[in-house]
Design a protein around this ligand. Sequence first.
Ligand SMILES: C[S@@+](CC[C@H](N)C(=O)[O-])C[C@H]1O[C@@H](n2cnc3c(N)ncnc32)[C@H](O)[C@@H]1O
Length: 157
Amino acid sequence: METELRRTWESAAPGWAKWEDVIAEGLADVTDTMPDMAGVDAGMRVLDLACGAGSQTLRAADRVGPNGRVIASDISATMLMHVQEAAKRRGLSNIQSLECAAEDLPASAGVFDAAISRLGLMLFPAPKQALKAVQSVLKPKARFSALVFTTPSARAC
Ligand SMILES: C[S@@+](CC[C@H](N)C(=O)[O-])C[C@H]1O[C@@H](n2cnc3c(N)ncnc32)[C@H](O)[C@@H]1O
């Protein structure tokens, strides 16, 4: 199943990157709220789960600054390539890539001060497993903030 999922997102990646600026503009407010809620601050090591083409990764990288680091993780290598290209264009050298399914985050990823995820969690085949994996790499009391969409009938409030 993972291979098929990977293939699906690989084929979506060029289109996602093409519309990245439009997506970024439309989601600008919530994109800033997300790291606020996760307590992302200067010098932190932050995980961006399912980063896609990475406009929220860049904003997080601006926020953690030169002494911090954002690990951009995604199941699609092409998405990660777009993140690195965008980082290069912006002169950001504090973004690292991690290609893996969210459900399989390795312990070797190290520990994080905070984690964010924009429009990823609700698409994962095993979101609970992904949440457990994120929890396992977060420092005690570190926060994870995710932007998700759902149907009106399923919303909590
Ligand atoms: C809707 S896009 C959102 C991308 C980006 N976060 C944004 O807001 O523009 C979903 C992303 O989740 C990634 N993805 C899907 N399933 C995944 C999984 N199981 N583990 C990690 N990434 C996954 C896709 O490759 C894609 O980049």
